[in-house]
Write a protein that binds this ligand. Structure first.
Ligand SMILES: Nc1ncnc2c1ncn2[C@@H]1O[C@H](COP(=O)(O)OP(=O)(O)OP(=O)(O)O)[C@@H](O)[C@H]1O
Ligand SMILES: [Mg+2]
Length: 230
């Protein structure tokens, strides 16, 4: 039996997560529930320490909750073993981090191609996909430059192209504009907004930047490990 196709890309139900134990325990998430509909760009805001990164890591299969349930693209993450989680992160979820996370000795094109190599894509298919993605993020003319030879905004656009390489269903971005100036950050958010439409992807984006929240289909707010109703 195949899985059920639903209109919900992410379903989080009563998720709890603590770090440490006893008196020193930090309750990073305290009963978080929400859904992200397929095809939407959902922004996650909240003060520093409110649990945004913890939540994104759990949704992306990088960390596991102490309690509660997370479904991504119709899969209950608790039912996946290590290999299943690895396949999820490789094939279904694209990650974008504040610090870009590009490999310094590789060119922009080679960085975008890394996930395709990991999947064992055929080299011709890989080259074509890399070219298309670099064009999509407006960097067709910068394919040969290494990250150190690109501006911050350009590096983040390479990282977005890389996150899209394997056509993920879900894009998770953790403060993708946190290291960029306001104007460059806005351009990166507009790019994310555009790729969610053109690549038919769903996105969950943590951001501190209130001016960028306007571009989202909906905004979730975390406060002290709980979702605040708006
Ligand atoms: N590995 C860890 N060990 C112990 N405590 C942790 C760990 N990771 C996060 N925490 C704690 O959990 C809480 C939530 O942290 P988290 O990183 O999710 O917040 P955040 O909303 O992403 O903050 P920021 O906006 O600063 O990135 C914080 O109190 C933090 O100190
Ligand atoms: Mg964080």
């Amino acid at each position: 039996m195949g899985r059920t196709i639903t209109d919900t890309m992410v379903r989080v139900e009563d998720v709890h997560k603590s770090y440490g134990s006893g008196a020193a325990a930090v309750h990073a998430l305290r009963g978080v529930s929400f859904e992200v509909p397929r095809g939407e760009l959902v922004a996650l805001k909240g003060r520093s320490g409110s649990g945004k990164t913890t939540l994104l890591n759990i949704v992306g299969g990088l960390d596991t909750p102490d309690r509660g349930r997370v479904d991504v693209d119709g899969r209950d993450l608790a039912r996946l073993d290590e290999e299943g989680l690895l396949a999820l992160r490789r094939d279904r979820v694209g990650f974008v981090f504040q610090s870009f996370g590009l490999i310094p000795i590789l060119s922009a094109a080679e960085n975008v191609g890394v996930p395709l190599r990991l999947r064992g894509a055929d080299p011709r298919e890989r080259e074509e996909r890399v070219e298309l993605l670099l064009a999509l993020v407006g960097l067709a003319d910068h394919a040969a430059q290494r990250p150190g030879e690109l501006s911050g905004g350009q590096q983040q656009r390479v990282a977005i192209a890389r996150a899209l390489a394997n056509s993920p269903s879900l894009l998770i971005a953790d403060e993708p504009t946190g290291q960029l100036d306001a104007e460059t950050g806005h351009a990166v958010m507009e790019l994310l907004r555009a790729v969610v439409r053109s690549e038919n992807v769903t996105a969950l984006v943590a951001t501190h930047d209130t001016t960028l929240l306007d571009l989202a289909d909906r905004v979730l707010e975390l406060s002290d490990g709980q979702i605040v109703e708006h």
